[in-house]
Design a protein around this ligand. Structure first.
Ligand code: NAD
Ligand code: GLY
Length: 366
């Protein structure tokens, strides 16, 4: 294990542990942080048969009383209906406020479990054990929790920081190739938003991490979490800087909503296309060169990600997509807010992007 990274948030600070074989040691890392002796693991139907027993054994070894709840796998689980079912199951286990929830799974499980933890008995502790690349490099860190609404993605939620994040890179070996790539899109995001040398490193070595090279993998998880921890440490509730983490997300979320939050387009896949669109919008506004834009697209394509909306489906509805953008929580009076790039490694927040700009952007894409 590398030395832990720290998310510095005063009394809400916590460590991110990254390395091999951490699932087996999870119990001894978690036990000292707990107010009580009881934990409830929340996981999904794909991850449970793979990793639940190992986590349970490690919690048993430190004499924690444990229960587990398994939710269906997939984005559709981030719904009111599943949240209600989860809260009902949690309450039927008669927890008190010293209980801690453990999210064992990808971003879906992390988001819904964190949200449930934030409202159960007016808030209980939770621990993130992310098992997808996307969750290890992004969603498990920073305390954004929530579910989707019919009106859009992540529109219901809370900020609720975990007490600990345990990213065991060994568990990624069972992740389907498509999920690796979806997570990798968020890794590339860190290079584009604030770290040009990391982007360059990814251009040369990214494929090694995706092929499972342990060192390269540990490096990209560490580097991504380090950048995210630094940004969240400065702006926990997204009053400014943290918004750059949403690079590619407004249009990405819109594409996801258009695809019905389904398997047609995974979150990270949507972000890859959304990032290319955000680069193009940056170029259209004269902020960055077409060359920078092409470079981002070239790298995403080279690793096997789709970069154009029409590669997913030919039937996007431009007017509806633009409406979705206005429903996205980053919309405000006077136009839309986008994170745009002046070059790879430098992004800023821009307000007042107007409908006709998006129409022009999407006219070439759909
Ligand atoms: P996910 O949780 O649906 O996981 C993807 C799939 O991989 C699922 O089928 C899951 O069962 C499976 N899986 C997970 N770990 C596995 C493993 N080790 N082996 C085999 N299969 C495994 O999706 P995700 O991509 O992890 O996360 C996407 C979600 O994260 C979206 O809802 C997105 O909005 C959210 N997100 C949240 C934040 C945040 O800051 N809270 C940031 C980025 C994304
Ligand atoms: N993924 C965006 C954020 O955590 O702020």
């Amino acid at each position: 294990m590398n030395s832990p990274l720290r998310v510095d948030l005063g009394p809400r600070s916590y460590d991110i542990l990254i390395g091999h074989g951490l699932l087996e040691k999870a119990g001894s890392a978690i036990a000292p942080l707990l107010a009580g002796k009881r934990v409830i693991i929340v996981t999904d139907s794909t991850v449970a048969p793979l990793y639940l027993a190992r986590l349970e054994a490690s919690l048993d070894a430190v004499s924690l009383k444990l229960d587990q709840i398994t939710l269906p796998a997939g984005e559709q689980t981030k719904s009111f209906a599943e949240l209600e079912r989860l809260l009902d199951k949690l309450l039927s286990l008669a927890p008190d406020r010293t209980v801690a929830l453990i999210a064992l799974g990808g971003g879906v499980i992390g988001d819904i479990t964190g949200f449930a933890a934030s409202i159960l008995l007016r808030g209980v502790d939770f621990i993130q054990i992310p098992t997808s690349l996307l969750a290890q490099v992004d969603s498990s860190v920073g305390g954004k929790t929530g579910i989707n609404a019919p009106q859009g993605k992540n529109l219901i939620g809370s900020f609720h920081q975990p007490r600990l994040v345990i990213a065991d890179t060994d568990v990624l070996t069972t992740l389907p190739k498509r999920e690796w790539l979806a997570g990798y899109a968020e890794v590339v995001k860190y290079g584009i938003i604030s770290d040009a040398p990391f982007f360059e490193w990814l251009e040369v070595h990214g494929a090694e991490a995706l092929a499972g090279d342990k060192q390269a993998l540990a490096y990209i998880v560490h580097k991504s979490c380090e950048t995210k921890a630094k940004i969240v440490g400065q702006d926990e509730r997204e009053s400014g800087l943290r918004a750059i983490l949403n690079f590619g997300h407004t249009l990405g979320h819109t594409l996801e909503a258009e695809a019905g939050f389904s398997n047609t387009l995974l979150h990270g896949e949507a972000i890859a296309i959304g990032m290319v669109l955000a680069m193009k919008l940056s170029a259209m506004r004269g902020l960055c060169s077409n060359r920078e834009c092409e470079r981002v697209e070239r790298h995403l394509k080279a690793v096997g990600l789709r970069t154009r909306a029409h590669e997913v489906t030919a039937s996007w509805n431009t007017a509806r997509m633009i409406e979705h953008c206005y429903h996205d929580k980053k919309a405000s009076a006077g136009g839309l807010t986008f994170i745009l790039a002046s070059k790879i490694g430098k992004t800023s927040i821009f307000h007042g992007i107007i409908r006709s700009e998006l129409e022009a952007l999407l006219a070439h894409e759909l």
